[in-house]
Ligand binder design. Structure first.
Ligand SMILES: NC(=O)c1ccc[n+]([C@@H]2O[C@H](COP(=O)([O-])OP(=O)(O)OC[C@H]3O[C@@H](n4cnc5c(N)ncnc54)[C@H](OP(=O)(O)O)[C@@H]3O)[C@@H](O)[C@H]2O)c1
Length: 305
């Protein structure tokens, strides 16, 4: 199979297209022909070697933790999926080696979710990591619900746009920070857009004089402190991106029931998964450069095989 790999840590330039043996499929596992894989900032960080203290890399590494595709073959003991089934999954493993920037991947059957029919391959691949992170922050860590006035920092990003929508679906009034070019898009999803910058707290207090009940940081860069003056004294706050800062952190966690719930919301058109750009597998380095420079449109960057 063809796969994008790296044999040493580095930036997008270390990626090489290789032909590798097909993955073997064990008991209770499934071979998936990948139709699309989504990029995540974690791909760049891990590829740069920043995960070295906490994760081993077995080179060559195929990056990528998100995929959607078609079941090609099933291992012994698998009755719930058959060849031809359309699936999506969060495919993070404990060691960096087999990822989703590839034509095939073998995964345990218990991480697979059926793809809602109308979702594109790109959208299906873009859902797992971002959706699991957003849900964990909004529902588990912050328990955002009816009556809450909620602020999502980085609401136009891959995670932020899902978190803002989930907060709204749970009954909150949602404001989201984004650059001005993305405000119309956020407004179309029922999220009140606010430009980030040094005057953010003043602008937020103008919009919500009593202050916000809850804030989720999906941007990092000190966003929570910038807006601290606009929060109620007992406000709940959490971040997915303030690495190294002294704030409660939330991380994506594999949870098949949550992923099924999110896929269900997409299937009912209640949750929109925006795609910023799509590239063929062999242009993965270009896709990573676009993600790294932050100049992409709203939503996720994907590879389509
Ligand atoms: N903890 C976890 O498990 C987990 C999971 C996924 C991601 N993350 C982290 O979360 C962050 C976002 O990930 P992502 O996939 O959503 O990335 P992304 O799609 O690149 O989105 C990042 C967003 O941040 C916005 N932004 C940049 N500077 C900002 C600022 N000062 N204030 C507010 N927004 C700002 C950008 O909006 P504009 O383009 O509108 O400027 C962009 O849409 C990354 O740091 C990533 O590493 C963590």
């Amino acid at each position: 199979m063809r796969a994008m790999t790296y044999r040493q840590y580095g930036g997008p330039e270390v990626l090489e297209l290789q032909t590798l043996p097909m993955p073997k499929v064990g008991q209770n596992s499934v071979l998936v022909r990948i139709c699309a894989a989504a990029l995540n900032p974690a791909d760049l960080a891990l590829q740069a070697g920043h995960g070295e203290p906490i994760m081993d890399a077995w080179f060559p590494v195929i990056p990528g933790w998100d995929m959607a595709g078609v079941v090609e073959a099933v291992g012994d003991g698998v009755g719930e999926f058959s060849p031809g089934d359309k699936v999506l999954a969060y495919v993070r493993q404990e060691v960096l080696h087999y990822g989703s920037y590839a034509e095939f991947i073998a995964v345990p059957v218990d991480v697979l979710v059926r793809k809602p029919p109308f979702l594109s391959w790109a959208q299906a691949a873009a859902l797992p990591l971002a959706g699991l992170t957003a849900h964990r922050a909004v529902a588990t860590a912050l328990d955002i619900g009816p009556g809450d006035t909620a602020l999502v920092h980085g609401a136009s990003g891959g995670v932020g746009v899902l978190a803002a929508q989930l907060a709204r679906l749970r009954g909150a009034t949602v404001f989201g920070t984004a650059s001005p070019g993305k405000h119309a898009f956020l407004a179309s999803l029922g999220i009140t857009p606010v430009a980030y910058g040094p005057d953010l707290a003043d602008e937020l207090l103008r919009l919500m004089p009593d202050g916000f009940d809850v804030a989720l940081d999906c941007a990092g860069k000190g966003a929570l402190s910038t807006a601290a003056g606009a929060m109620k004294p007992d406000a709940r706050v959490a971040s997915i991106a303030a690495f190294g800062e002294d704030v409660p952190m939330v991380y994506a966690r594999q949870d098949i029931r949550v992923l099924e719930e999110l896929a269900g919301l997409c299937g009912k058109h209640a949750l929109h998964v925006p795609i910023a750009a799509a590239f063929p597998l062999e242009e993965a380095a270009e896709a990573q450069r676009l993600l790294a420079n932050g100049a992409h449109g709203s939503g996720k960057i994907v590879l389509e095989m």
